[in-house]
Write a protein that binds this ligand. Structure first.
Ligand code: AHR
Length: 713
């Protein structure tokens, strides 16, 4: 092999820390790790949709996350007997007397008199504030999603339905068996007049923003809206609540109480700015939604109810989520699509296909037909012309232009369905969808490689299979090359959920090293891997308080936040860099002398009779080329705590001596970012000079390096 005796030294142009160094060193011995990039023959195309995002309502991803609404339990349905997140405000309990109570949606034990407060079929529960004595301020307070975020110079939009009345004697229909006397004293109606609305500290001592509405005398519900603005002097905090208060007696009923901060691009019913920006920065090519388990629901009746997530918030009753809390459905189908639009990404729509988390399934045939029809309606809502029924609905909801849609996923993780019904369910869905939309591609949720005995066998072979992998870093390193061996004549692969699960609530550096190694494998095989997306995307990192449960259900997530701030895990930065620095052609590579290390034995090894620790590589690599710019993106991962020298050979083509390098690294595998130390592990960019056709690079310990080399096009 031809070697240069000495390669020129680098010039680190100074973004750099000492450790962020690109060494050009003489080659030392025959065992040197070598990576050869063949620039003479362009490899396969990189899938244009290789990197995307997967999302569902888990860990308060939307309510208390991306969806900017700040009021928790805004329609009082989270708990039929308790006003979750709400509390009574009484500045002076000597001079005032008040109580607060949920008036739940129609239930047998609700007195008949109290059943007349529904606004419509979606808004049937409400909160009643009973004020018997009002010598000082009384009201209701919402604690938000682990606090209301207060920021200086910020205008919040508040709105709510309210009506004031006197307590009355129960209405009895003649001859009815109804009901016991309602639990309200007889109080005169003094409710009309100013109602104060504030964002204030939890102890009520500091008012951050304040306004009033004028409550009119009416026995009917009326919606009020106002803006609340904080001053420049206000200090950012989450130690705040939202309060609606009065100093007059009477009965006050509340519903759909809402408070929005400024949203991403000022979209109404929109997204939290910082979180949407973090997603946009990842440059994802698609968004897989609405799940995940969230698509399926605990029971068949809890499947994602896309039809009742449309239109005005007044029409959205919310539904039981899949992760132990109710979903407001403020982030509904159109919002998912707007989210895609914000990122210039395509939706990958998961449609409910008759299987839910408790194991119930709907048999294919006549029983499944309504679910199939619902999916066809949903597809029409997304991509139908405005002349179609659901396309017209989408236009009426404010988006006449159809959305681009290529992939439909039929269900989620149907390998859990031990009945074997997926074969029939998938086939029925695929045939009907392809008949109506011949260009749509249906994805099967059962992958041949993972569940060979359960794969779809009826009719045409599925064109795309969804594989899911949640692994530790050892397992990622061990399996990073698995796709090198896949059959190129079989279906394409969508890695629809995957993650290296180490660290909580967000992942640590070691997980990011597992991710990066795994991604080099997907990238080298992106003729086969047409799409991939990490999961879960979001986590609200709040732990349990006296009034609210722990916010997250799943450890090892990508982006963490509280009500006020957010941060990316080391895995987030790996995702962002891999998505941002990607060419359109795979550069064929060969490797020699890749160092290995023994993987600790697992219980599974013991079951499988493996007694010698398997050796796994410690250096991972991939390269792609952007044919328009001539830039090569070489990604190299060093999973060990030692520096590792790698000889890089660029075979063929002109190379510029100037290159850019981005490195993510840390001192130890469990280095991580947190809400209080959000930037401990961050990418650092440096400029390097003196790149030639063969050179040696010393990889930093625990590092992911992306080298951008300019070639002649
Ligand atoms: O990502 C968390 C969960 O893992 C998803 O909801 C489900 O599809 C998978 O089992």
């Amino acid at each position: 092999m031809k070697r240069n005796s000495f390669q020129t030294s680098i010039l680190n142009l100074g973004f750099g820390l000492l450790g962020l160094i690109f060494f050009i060193l003489p080659n030392v011995n025959a065992q040197t790790t070598k990576l050869t990039l063949d620039l003479t023959s362009p490899g396969a195309n990189v899938s244009p949709m290789l990197y995307g995002l997967m999302t569902e309502e888990i860990n308060h991803s939307y309510d208390g996350g991306l969806y900017a609404e700040l009021i928790r339990n805004r329609i009082f349905k989270d708990n039929p007997t308790k006003a979750e997140a709400w509390s009574l405000v009484q500045d002076d309990s000597n001079s005032s007397k008040a109580t607060m109570k949920i008036i739940a949606a129609i239930q047998d034990n609700v007195p008949f008199d109290e059943r007349r407060h529904a606004i419509n079929g979606a808004l049937q529960s409400c909160l009643r504030l009973t004020v018997e004595k009002a010598g000082s301020r009384v009201g209701i307070a919402n604690e938000g999603y682990w606090g209301i975020p207060v920021k200086p110079n910020t205008t919040y939009r508040a709105s709510f339905y309210i009506k004031g009345t006197a307590s009355i004697q129960p209405f009895r229909r003649p001859g009815s068996q109804q009901p016991p006397t309602p639990d309200v004293p007889v109080i005169e109606d003094n409710t009309a007049g100013p109602i104060t609305v504030t964002i204030e500290s939890n102890d009520g001592k500091t008012i951050y923003a304040s306004g009033t509405i004028d409550l009119v005398k009416s026995t009917f519900w009326k919606k009020y809206e106002l803006a609340l603005t904080t001053s420049a002097a206000v200090k950012s905090t989450t130690d705040a609540r939202f309060v609606i208060s009065t100093t007059r007696t009477g009965l006050y009923y509340f519903n759909l109480v809402s408070l929005f901060p400024p949203t991403y691009k000022n979209q109404s019913n929109g997204f939290r700015q910082d979180l949407m920006q973090m997603l946009v920065d990842m440059k994802p090519k698609f968004l897989r939604f609405p799940g995940g388990n969230y698509l399926e629901g605990p029971l068949i009746t809890d499947a994602f109810p896309w039809k009742t997530t449309l239109g005005p918030l007044e029409n959205r009753p919310g539904h039981r989520g899949s992760w132990g809390y109710r979903a407001s459905d403020g982030l509904g189908l159109l919002e998912f699509l707007m989210w895609c639009e914000n990122m210039s990404a395509e939706p990958v729509l998961g449609v409910y296909a008759g299987y839910s988390l408790n194991g119930d399934h709907v048999d294919s045939g006549m029983l499944l037909k309504p679910y199939l029809d619902d999916a066809l309606d949903e597809i029409e809502y997304v991509m139908g012309d405005v002349k179609t029924y659901w396309g017209a609905k989408r236009a009426a909801d404010g988006h006449p232009a159809p959305f681009k849609l290529t992939y439909i996923e039929i269900g989620n993780e149907d390998w859990f369905d031990r009945s074997g019904s997926y074969n029939g369910r998938f086939t029925q869905f695929r045939e009907a969808i392809e008949k109506k939309y011949p260009k749509l591609i249906c994805i099967s949720t059962i992958a041949d490689a993972q569940y060979p005995t359960q794969k779809v066998t009826t009719g045409k072979k599925p064109a795309v299979l969804d594989e899911h992998y949640y692994r530790n870093s050892w397992s990622m390193w061990e399996n990073a090359s698995q796709y090198d061996k896949y059959d190129r004549n079989g279906p394409k692969i969508f890695v629809g959920e995957w993650a290296t699960r180490e660290g909580a609530p967000t992942t640590n550096l070691n997980a990011a090293l597992g991710d990066a190694a795994w991604m080099t494998g997907m990238e080298r095989n992106s003729d086969l891997i047409i799409m991939s997306c990490y999961a879960p995307l979001f986590v609200n990192v709040n732990t349990a308080t006296a009034t609210a449960p722990k916010a997250w259900q799943w450890d090892s997530d990508l982006i963490g936040y509280n009500a006020l701030t957010s941060y990316g895990s080391p895995s987030y930065y790996v995702q962002k860099l891999f998505g941002s620095y990607l060419g359109n052609r795979i550069v064929p590579m060969t490797a020699e002398n890749i160092p290995t290390q023994p993987r600790p034995l697992t219980r599974r090894d013991s079951t499988d009779g493996i007694t010698t620790p398997p050796l796994v590589p410690t250096v991972f690599y991939s390269a792609t080329k952007d044919e328009k710019t001539g830039v090569i993106y070489l990604k190299v991962v060093n999973t060990t705590g030692k520096q590792q020298a790698v000889e890089i050979r660029l075979k063929g083509g002109k190379i510029s001596a100037d290159a850019t390098m981005i490195v993510i690294k840390g001192d130890k595998p469990d280095d991580t970012n947190t809400i209080i130390e959000p930037e401990k592990v961050m990418p650092v960019t440096s400029k390097i000079k003196g790149v030639v056709s063969t050179f040696t690079r010393t990889l930093d310990p625990y590092s992911v390096s992306i080298l951008q080399i300019q070639t002649g096009k």
